[in-house]
Design a protein around this ligand. Sequence first.
Ligand SMILES: Cc1ncc(COP(=O)(O)O)c(C=O)c1O
Length: 445
Amino acid sequence: MIETTPDTLARADVRHLIHPQTPLREHIEQGPVRIFVRGEGAELVDIEGRRYIDGLACLWNVNVGHGRRELAEAAAAQMETLAYSTSFAGFSHIPGIQLAEKLAQIAPGDLGAIHFTSGGSDANDSAFKFVRMYWKLVGQPRRTKIISRFGGYHGVTLAATAATGMPPFWELFGPMPPDFTHIPALDTDALEAKIVEEGPETVAAFIAEPVQGAGGVVVPPADYFPKVRQICDRYGVLFIADEVICGFGRTGRLFGVQHWDIVPDLMVVAKGITSGYIPLAAVIISERRYQEIVANIGARTLLHGFTYNAHPTACAVALRNIRIIEEEGLVERSAVMGKILLDELGTFRGHEFVGDVRGLGLMAAIQLFQDPATRKPFPPELGAARKVQRAALDRGLLCRALGGDVLAMAPPLVISEAQVRRAVEIVKESMDLVTPELRAVVQHA
Ligand SMILES: Cc1ncc(COP(=O)(O)O)c(C=O)c1O
């Protein structure tokens, strides 16, 4: 039997486990950052028995918190009955039908035709294929281009990478597929100009996150998405809302777009749909657009689909997870706790290196600057926010440095007020620890 001491596990990790989104050389030289063994509510426990507040709900996804017996029981019950069956070729199963019906009930407007996948990337990839198929079927085959935003993160399949507006993600994986183009994040004039420049008859869709997550928790002004909706309508461009992070209560509404009362043509959800207990995602398409697809596809088969589309066990877990969100009022709780989190983080305003405090619901961030008055950034190689993140980890808080200067928090929606306050206290202690080092950089600059 293989020994499972922390040392043997760490050695096996660096030898055999390829870690995503990780500086590989540093990881192999220094070993795993932490090996987690247990989760309870908004906390994680590592193999040495240390407890941490899970300030990012792992990957912005563990919305109902860790250690939920109900979800384990829902998975076990489904696995014992029918762990897997396919939805290919018109076959169906009860949890898939029930979850599709439930999503149609709770999604905005007429979003009500659901194609399930396993994760956010393959769901976005599927959304791009659906919009291209739609335009071909309704007689506008030249509409193939996808416009997205710089700072937008849409995943890592090849098409999702191309839509992701972060050039470092493209560097080692090029060439990127054609017909993906990007605009600045909060500029509606740039969206209209780009559609006109490309030729509206060639633009299939615009994709955006309601609140940009990995791009730095960028909260739009109130008129941004209503204007986006108008511009897309003016030029016949479909609007895809990437709700992979924002969906299922993260921003204090069930879905992010509900803050601005707009209805996208397609909505992509993942993460919070199962709170990360099992992989599942979905593309939710407007029923009107879906009917047009059906009316025009003739005798052809939809030649798209994954083995694990509408995985019965994942669908059963998602149904139970959504029931927890509803029964425990976690969307409302996210709004209330989010306000406390933002107020607490607000005490950083005026700090010599903090230029911005922002958030919506339980999705918040502070942004560090060398000079907040002029918004002069720290040198990127310094990794100012990463230093704070590391100090916080040593003090029992998981949070996330984004793009070097942003420190983000998005804890489970079940987090208590005391845990929110303690988390921000840890960020303060960590900032105090790192500030002299940052000052030294500024003095040398
Ligand atoms: C907004 C957004 N879209 C898509 C994705 C990709 O999802 P996944 O990692 O499940 O493929 C992510 C992942 O973080 C995301 O934040």
